[in-house]
Design a protein around this ligand. Structure first.
Ligand SMILES: NC(=O)C1=CN([C@@H]2O[C@H](COP(=O)(O)OP(=O)(O)OC[C@H]3O[C@@H](n4cnc5c(N)ncnc54)[C@H](O)[C@@H]3O)[C@@H](O)[C@H]2O)C=CC1
Ligand SMILES: NCC(=O)COP(=O)(O)O
Length: 342
């Protein structure tokens, strides 16, 4: 892996073409000066992006580039590294025929970053269902990026999702699985591994010298000493004990209902939660517009806005770009911190 550099652009994958990905990419580019945006290129279909710009009444010159030309182009035009697949412009309606381009954009953005032509990957949102229908066999970006990373490096990669906002960072140990499967999927090893990855990446990528990690219980009141479920004492607590013995500043299992209020949030740098909604509800409730989805544990930088494809407002001009801008800014900051995992 090449060490990321701030002298490189970020690679933005276009995401679901029928969603608000094109809207937020184009809007962010128009705000590049006022938002002091790090330069980026989009991996996407230039014709589709130009069509969306016209629909939004944006005067955005879309210019096809090689990645190496993006830095020089960014001030005057939106640099686009073109896909080999064409993408049909149909805001609000996901099309099965666009799936190949959506996936190619992720593949190319990762490949260019691994090859040292971009400082990190910022993904615009994908809709899961149209990709599943097209045969995409991964729950989401997070898991797919880990597979791509493993294929580039030859090493197993365990990806960890973190939603990071100005007021709260949370990590779900289990991600896109049915709620009923969560208790079975949770193991002491999985929780301990998640905490270790969080600890390592918060140090390396975010410059937090000794991350304070709060670990949520699974059950109400963290199981109330076994009276409300046994997983907290049998599975979660041993994971916390294990990582504490290794020197990590972890605490828990904590009752999830009382760990997200303002005073409680002052006591930790990240909350490790047991399932998707336990982590994402407080993060999005507090910081939806400024939340960033970061994948920890990868050998390259990846961020994304915390929101989805918002089909109902694609092409209308109603999509707010703030979370995408925060994702760009955070990726650039992580690149400036400059350390890839050992
Ligand atoms: N990083 C990613 O790739 C993510 C993808 N998704 C996918 O997005 C699709 C839609 O998911 P939903 O649950 O409906 O979540 P969503 O985030 O797309 O939309 C939720 C609500 O927030 C609004 N909204 C979202 N982003 C907005 C923005 N930038 N500006 C203004 N309003 C905004 C939408 O209009 C909607 O009312 C699903 O297929 C899901 O899998 C969801 C979250 C993240
Ligand atoms: N709920 C978060 C989400 O769907 C984003 O997932 P991913 O595509 O970044 O893995």
């Amino acid at each position: 892996m090449t060490t990321p550099s701030t002298r490189l652009p970020l690679a933005v994958s276009c995401g679901e073409p029928s969603g608000i990905g094109p809207d937020i990419i184009l809007t962010a580019w128009t705000m590049r000066a006022e938002s002091d945006l790090p330069p980026f290129f989009c991996v996407g279909d230039p014709a589709q992006l130009a069509a969306r710009a016209r629909m939004l009444n944006f005067d955005v010159p879309v210019t096809i580039v090689e990645p190496g030309q993006a830095m020089a182009t960014f001030a005057d035009a939106l640099p686009v590294v073109p896909l080999s697949h064409r993408v049909e412009e149909r805001p609000g309606t996901p099309l099965a025929g666009n799936a190949a381009g959506t996936i190619e954009a992720i593949d190319r953005a990762v490949a260019l970053t691994v090859a040292g032509e971009a400082s990190g990957v910022v993904t615009a949102p994908i809709a899961k269902k149209p990709l599943y229908d097209a045969g995409f066999a991964h729950p989401g970006h997070t898991e797919y990026l880990a597979e791509l990373a493993a294929s580039h490096t030859g090493t197993r990669v365990r990806p960890v999702m973190m939603i990071a906002g100005p007021r709260l960072r949370t990590i779900p140990v289990t991600i896109h699985i049915p709620l009923a499967d969560v208790p079975v999927a949770l193991t002491t090893d999985l929780i301990a591994e998640t905490i270790r990855i969080a600890d390592g990446d918060l140090k390396r990528r975010f410059g937090i010298a000794r991350p304070r990690i709060a670990v949520a219980g699974l059950n109400p009141h963290a199981g109330e000493d076994g009276a409300l479920g046994t997983e907290d004492t049998a599975i979660v607590a041993p994971a916390v004990d294990q990582v504490r013995a290794e020197g990590i500043d972890a605490s828990g299992p904590l009752p999830a209902d009382t760990m997200f209020h303002a005073a409680a949030r002052e006591t930790y740098d990240v909350a490790v939660c047991m399932y998707h909604d336990q982590a994402l509800i407080p993060a999005k409730a507090l910081d939806f517009d400024l939340g960033v989805n970061v994948t920890l544990g990868l050998p390259f930088i990846r961020t994304s806005p915390d929101h989805g494809t918002a089909f109902a407002i694609a092409g209308t001009g109603a999509a707010r770009p703030a979370s995408f801008i925060a994702a760009l800014t955070m990726a650039a900051q992580m690149a400036a911190n400059g350390r890839a995992p050992a």
